[in-house]
Design a protein around this ligand. Structure first.
Ligand SMILES: Cc1cc2nc3c(=O)[nH]c(=O)nc-3n(C[C@H](O)[C@H](O)[C@H](O)COP(=O)(O)OP(=O)(O)OC[C@H]3O[C@@H](n4cnc5c(N)ncnc54)[C@H](O)[C@@H]3O)c2cc1C
Length: 346
């Protein structure tokens, strides 16, 4: 049984794996080329939103279990390291544009009742929530499961928890390569890691999908987040509201923001007129790791004994990280393989 683990990458996935390993009493070292949250985890949105509850499948069940457990999981991180990750189960409202959307929402309410555990559920309501957004029908789909997390604070909280549990987080270590690392290694290296994996396997394992997001100065700390027109509008606890995100397959600079973000902010102001005069205090871009399957990707690195991959968080990496961490900790510490079908690196 491995008791000394190296995790490469201090994004939410690598840090979550390291935290789960450290709290089980094993020695863990995180090695990061840049700094904590240098990759796609260093953003601002932090929606922990469930998949649609209809057409249920095992992938949705794994995500549901992770979202249900998230409140206690992040409370444990906060208690261990003393840093607040900004978690809040504040729910979500979706304005319903027409009768067809109202009918679909009512079906969704029934599906949530079938597939989600109590007390979580959905309801069609005329309550716009505390961050009002007009609805053409006057109706909204509300859910009580969706939560928020502050991505940068969450990474800082995880790093603090790892250190408090006796692990180390080495920032500024430069890009790691397999020949630099002994023993058991988890590669949680996000989009660059998918490129490395693709090169090594000689086939496409995944790719990066760029996203841009903005942070507005607007205090609505207890308000439910809004999902409308494909936009996430997420009030955080620190007097900010995040707007996300673009989704770009073709890009030259993964870290640059441009007019697409201006358009996103303009749309968010139309959806929630209360944000009309809120200043943009942060504009950010990052590259999401998208596996070919679009699902998280876990397992042994083919041909590299003792090396493992934890990647593919794509658009829900913060929601999935606790589940991925538990699966990876079981795998590397005791050899127990609980990787769900569809998440396995073949
Ligand atoms: C605009 C945007 C909005 C998003 N919104 C949400 C959201 O609302 N909810 C949600 O759940 N998810 C969201 N996501 C997705 C989420 O951010 C990602 O799924 C998650 O950050 C992936 O984490 P990761 O740890 O796998 O990768 P990363 O955060 O990219 O971390 C990988 C780390 O590995 C390091 N690294 C890479 N190669 C090496 C090497 N060779 N040696 C050493 N270090 C290395 C990098 O520097 C980096 O720090 C969003 C993403 C974007 C871009």
């Amino acid at each position: 049984m491995a008791r000394h683990i190296t995790v490469v990458g201090a994004g939410v996935v690598g840090l979550a794996c390291a935290w789960d390993i450290a709290r089980r009493g094993a020695a863990v070292r995180v090695v990061e080329a840049g700094r904590v949250g240098a990759g796609s985890s260093g953003g601002t949105v932090g929606a922990l939103a469930p998949h649609a509850p209809e057409n249920w499948n095992p992938k949705k069940q794994v995500q549901l279990d992770a979202l249900v457990a998230a409140e206690g999981w992040w409370a444990g991180v906060r208690a261990a390291g003393g840093v607040d990750p900004g978690y809040g189960r504040t729910g979500r409202v979706q304005p319903l544009a027409d009768d067809a959307q109202v009918a679909a929402a009512r079906m969704r309410v029934e599906a949530a009742a079938r597939n989600w555990p109590r007390p979580f559920g959905m309801a069609v309501t005329d309550d716009p929530g505390a961050l009002p957004c007009p609805s053409p029908t006057g109706l909204y789909l509300h859910d009580s499961l969706t939560a928020r997390i502050a991505p940068r604070a969450a990474c800082a909280a995880l790093a603090a928890a790892v250190r408090a549990a006796g692990g180390t987080v080495d920032e500024g270590a430069g890009p790691q390569s397999p020949d630099m690392l002994d023993g058991t290694v988890i590669w949680a290296t996000g989009a660059p890691g998918l490129a490395d994996l693709s090169r090594d396997l000689g086939r496409a394992a995944g790719n990066g999908v760029k996203g841009q997001s903005a942070l507005l100065g607007f205090a609505a700390p207890g308000a439910a987040q809004v999902f409308a027109g494909g936009l996430h509008i997420v009030p955080h606890g620190d007097g900010t509201v995040a707007i996300g995100s673009t989704s770009e397959r073709d890009f030259a600079d993964g870290g640059a923001t441009d007019a697409q973000l201006d358009a996103l902010v303009a749309r968010a102001r139309e959806i929630c007129p209360a944000l009309a005069d809120a200043p943009v205090i942060d504009a950010w871009a990052g590259v999401r790791p998208r596996a070919q399957s679009r699902a998280p990707l876990m397992g042994g690195w083919p041909g590299r004994r003792g090396h493992f991959v934890a990647n593919g968080g794509f658009k829900i990496g913060f929601g999935m990280a606790p589940a991925m961490a538990a699966i990876m900790a079981d795998l590397v510490l005791s050899g127990e393989d609980r990787i769900p079908d569809g998440f396995r690196l073949a």
